[in-house]
Design a protein around this ligand. Structure first.
Ligand code: C2E
Ligand code: CA
Ligand code: CA
Length: 625
């Protein structure tokens, strides 16, 4: 009898089924459908073998013809079922099931399946046996082949049409699985003694199991928890099938440098155990030190999160801090993309407990919008530079201007930096913005227009992020050379925050630029933590008294001696002073009397687009000549 291949296949499928059943379960649609497909494959193979035996027995006269007909029909009905399950497995993960047309298509395929099975049942079937050549034929079998072809081709077409939605590996595995089936059916059609279809379907299952439903994708070896991949599939499923959920995330921050690998490992294992002990809900390890548990009910989630926090607070032997991110209502977030963006954004929060509510979600959406706005502005050259001139008291003219970035929206509206600089600093876009600003300033200087209207220096703001990672010297000098301008034109304004991160590297960078002729100012002096160390040891030429600091001079009597004293100290250290935020004549006079070198503020001019700046300087600088 020609059943060796089928027996082999049956054994393979049996092994995969056992392996699959032994795994820890995560309620995933894909896995349910895979299990259904593999069960169908198993039963189908069984009936494949059984029908061959029956045909053999009928030919030798020991079994009645009608009994074998029934078994043959059952076999080909199962073959169709297998094809149908294969299609459902593929289309459920690929098609947008929330759309009506996809739902309708599902119903159509289901109806075709039922109609096909009924037809197979009622239409006549016959079989042929001659040595190793054994097959069934007739209208019933033809319907089965036709339907199987429809399912295989539909699966292939769907996979190709939606290949952008799945990782390349998944795409290749699905095509391979279906392709192998199609190929085997073709060969068997041409050479009937090669009963390959059953074996091919088992082989396809092996590929699916190893490539797509492989346990190592879903289980973290060291903790036994589910992995990030599992979480991703799980959350996608939840949103796709409209099931609400709640989740808490706990992150361990080790506090001391003395925490070694063993201690970390111990903390991770203990956390994993504690999470599993909380209940039957699935627990995930989504990063080395980050864990989460998903619940159907938010009250239970709050209760369990509090439980974990209590347990964590009770641990005294490991110097670690826990932070918690709670998402009570999954439906507040629009879908898996927003869900994971939320997770990644707020996991980095400094707070101990973050609860996802409408306000946070709006903040997130705002951030996303602004990031997109910055990207578009960079792409479409809508990052602009405005210039605010400073008044040089000694020379009675405007010889310095500060470059202040703006984003122009498509409708012409201008967006000021406080709206986007903090987000750009966080996302790293600040570096592209900084490059753009620098190029525009260099262009302005190189055009000769800046010099013609009496300017001698342009000040450019640099964020900590720009001084941290980039090589500022190379970037600055490359542009200076490219535009062929003197480095003396450039003054970089930095803040104390730039200095707090990598003090030595920053000083080194500053000195190298200073050697080339670039100068520096300390911006926003008088805000935040004013560390005397910084302005004593930083090689800056100028200190800029911040708006709030200078405003204090006029609104708070006790600030007056502070500012006057500070002015004295700065001058003794051989640095100049720019007073920022001067809005009235009276304020300007007071600052002059106090002895600052430069005045910047709306009193003289707001930040202006380049052309208006030129007009302003043409008018005001020539009057003083
Ligand atoms: P900043 O460096 O302290 O710049 C001075 C800010 O004060 C500017 O706000 C300016 O328009 C505003 N200002 C000037 N005179 C007055 C006044 O008399 N009264 C008041 N109330 N405000 C005045 P702007 O242009 O909105 O810039 C805000 C901040 O954005 C800047 O503060 C700077 O930290 C940052 N920034 C601007 N351009 C860039 C850039 O190209 N790169 C980086 N990294 N940061 C920038
Ligand atoms: Ca500034
Ligand atoms: Ca400032």
């Amino acid at each position: 009898m020609n059943i060796e291949l089928q027996c082999c296949a049956l054994f393979i499928v049996f092994t995969i089924t056992v392996m699959f059943l032994r795994e820890k379960k995560l309620d995933l649609m894909n896995r349910k459908l895979f299990f259904r497909a593999i069960c169908a494959c198993f039963v189908c193979l069984f009936f494949d073998i059984f029908s061959i035996i029956m045909i053999d027995q009928t030919v030798s006269g020991s079994v009645p013809h009608s009994a074998t007909e029934i078994v043959c029909k059952l076999y080909i009905m199962l073959l169709v079922l297998q094809g149908y399950f294969g299609y459902v497995y593929a289309s459920t993960s690929l098609l947008p099931l929330e759309k009506t047309w996809a739902k309708n298509l599902r119903i159509v395929f289901h109806l075709i399946f039922v109609a096909g099975e009924v037809l197979i049942l009622v239409l006549p079937i016959d079989f042929f046996a001659d040595g190793r050549i054994v097959y069934s034929y007739g209208p019933s079998t033809s319907v089965a082949y036709l339907l199987s072809a429809v399912y295989i081709i539909s699966t292939i077409v769907t996979t190709i049409a939606y290949r952008n939605q799945i990782p390349g590996r998944r795409f290749v595995a699905m095509l391979f699985w279906q392709g192998i089936w199609l190929l085997a059916a073709g060969i068997q059609f041409l050479v009937p003694s090669l009963l390959l279809v059953g074996f091919a379907s088992a082989f396809g299952m092996v590929i699916l199991y190893i490539q797509l439903e492989n346990p190592s994708e879903y289980y973290d070896g060291s903790t036994g928890l589910f992995t990030t991949n599992a979480l991703s599939a799980y959350i996608h499923d939840k949103y796709k099938f409209g099931r609400q959920f709640s989740m808490f995330t706990a992150k361990i921050h080790f506090l001391s440098n003395y925490v070694d690998y063993n201690m970390e490992h111990d903390a991770v294992i203990r956390t994993a155990r504690a999470l599993v002990a909380l209940g039957p809900e699935p627990a995930f390890r989504i990063d080395d030190d980050t864990f989460c548990v998903v619940y159907d009910d938010k009250d239970r989630m709050f209760e369990k999160a509090a439980d974990i926090k209590r347990q964590k607070d009770g641990v005294k032997d490991i110097p670690a801090k826990g932070t918690y991110l709670l998402i009570p209502d999954s439906h507040e977030l629009s879908g898996p993309d927003e869900f994971f963006r939320f997770l990644h954004t707020y996991l980095e929060s400094e707070q101990e407990i973050v609860i996802c509510d409408k306000a946070l979600i709006n903040e997130l959406r705002d951030q996303i919008r602004i990031k997109k706005m910055i990207d578009e502005a960079l792409r479409n050259d809508r990052v602009e530079v405005f210039y605010q001139p400073f008044y040089n008291i000694k020379k009675s003219c405007f010889d310095v201007a500060e470059a202040l970035v703006r984003i122009r929206l498509e409708n012409g509206e201008i967006v000021a930096p406080p709206r986007f600089i903090p987000i750009a600093e966080e996302s790293g876009q600040i570096r592209s913005i900084g490059i753009r600003v620098f190029e525009k300033v260099c262009e302005f200087i190189a055009s000769g227009e800046a010099g013609k209207v009496g300017l001698e220096k342009i000040e450019i703001n640099v964020s900590a992020a720009q001084f941290d990672r980039d090589d500022p010297e190379r970037f600055v000098m490359e542009n200076i050379q490219k535009y062929d301008i003197s480095p003396e034109w450039i003054n970089l304004e930095i803040t104390e925050t730039a200095a707090t991160k990598n003090w030595d590297i920053m000083l080194d960078n500053m000195h190298r630029l200073i050697d080339k002729g670039v100068t520096f100012s300390l911006d926003d002096f008088g805000t935040g933590r004013s560390n005397i160390d910084y302005f004593v040891n930083m090689p800056v030429k100028t200190v800029k008294f911040d708006n709030t600091f200078t405003q204090g001079f006029f609104s708070n009597d006790r600030m007056k001696p502070v500012l006057t004293g500070m002015t004295d100290i700065v001058h003794k250290l051989d640095m100049g002073i720019v007073a920022e935020g001067i809005e009235t004549e009276e304020q300007a006079r007071a600052m002059k009397e106090m002895g600052v070198e430069y005045i910047q503020g709306y009193y003289y001019s707001r930040p202006l687009p380049k052309d208006e700046l030129i007009k302003f300087l043409n008018l005001n600088n020539s009057m003083n000549e």
